[in-house]
Design a protein around this ligand. Structure first.
Ligand code: PMM
Length: 286
């Protein structure tokens, strides 16, 4: 369990599953769009997440919700850079959530220590060279296409096997492009070209990722499959995104128990507790 050393220098011994708190500097993210668009508020929120127990703060400037339309690189830079710079200057371990090489490179220059690319280097041909050159850990998430069309790409026979195989192939491509294999973090990409049964199947078999020998990041927070699970029993209406945090914390504990390296969440306190509960249980088992 938690068999994977963190690729982050200096933070190798969380001794439990890590907690990545989310700051979406966007007007349109599915659960927190518009809340942290002001850089000052975004920085304050990032610091609050750290005070609540986040080990890493993931800063993103482009929504990837199903159907989302892309923003320009200039706009993404304008949103993300001041927030990354100020959080990093205050000692926060920052990751930058971007599909653009220029944004990733500028963010690393401003102090980001992880590149979190939901396309795993597929959306921008310059991303892998930037990841190789900067040498920071690089998240290779399972991705089949841009958000505008991804729901049409959710066809699988054996979802667990196919998703792991596709991430392995992308890992090979990234490593061929010069990224140190020891810097790769993998992610099943819950909700990205996945139906809700696919998300559950992937969560049920996180242990299968041990075959890749890399840290696994799991980002279930407030996603649609939880909204469906918790839908109103009489009206059938999905549970609103911001009322999915207890379920998210439950998933965090269950992902940690299957050896996840870190979980990426909007609401930190409950997940910070959940990963500690899981670590205590694991410790008690010896
Ligand atoms: N999901 C979202 C954004 N970034 N990054 C990683 N590594 N994995 C994910 O599953 C992922 C991500 C979309 O959700 P958000 O609106 O909660 O940020």
């Amino acid at each position: 369990m938690n068999a994977y050393k963190s690729p982050l220098p200096g933070v190798e011994d969380w001794g439990r599953c890590g907690v990545m708190g989310i700051v979406n500097v966007t007007p349109d993210s599915f659960s927190d769009g518009g809340l942290w668009l002001d850089p000052g508020l975004a920085v304050a929120h990032g610091l609050e997440l750290v005070a609540q127990g986040a080990d890493v703060v993931d800063v993103g400037g482009e929504s990837t919700r199903p159907g989302a339309v892309r923003v320009t690189a200039e706009e993404e830079l304008r949103r993300v850079l001041p927030v990354v710079r100020q959080l990093a200057a205050q000692g926060v371990t920052v990751s930058v959530d971007t599909m653009r090489a220029a944004v990733a490179e500028a963010a690393v220059g401003a102090g980001a220590r992880i590149i979190n690319d939901v396309s795993g280097g597929r959306a921008d041909p310059l991303m892998v060279p930037v990841a190789a050159r900067t040498g920071v850990p690089f998240v290779v998430m399972h991705w089949r296409g841009q958000s505008a069309s991804m729901d049409d790409l959710a066809t699988y026979g054996d979802v667990v096997g196919e998703v792991i195989d596709e991430v392995e192939r992308q890992m090979d491509a990234v490593v061929s492009g010069g990224v140190d294999p020891a810097q790769v973090i993998v992610d099943p990409g819950l909700g990205f070209a996945k139906g809700r049964e696919d998300d559950w199947a992937l969560l049920a078999r996180l242990d299968a990722w041990s075959r890749l020998g890399r840290p696994v990041l799991v980002a279930a927070s407030r996603k649609r499959f939880l909204g469906t699970l918790l839908a109103d029993r009489t009206t059938g209406e999905l549970r609103p995104a911001r009322a999915r945090d207890a379920a998210t914390a439950a998933v965090s504990a269950l992902a940690a128990a299957q050896g996840a390296w870190a979980v990426r969440v909007h609401e930190v306190p409950a997940t910070a507790d959940a990963v500690r509960v899981e670590a205590a249980l694991r410790g008690a088992r010896g």
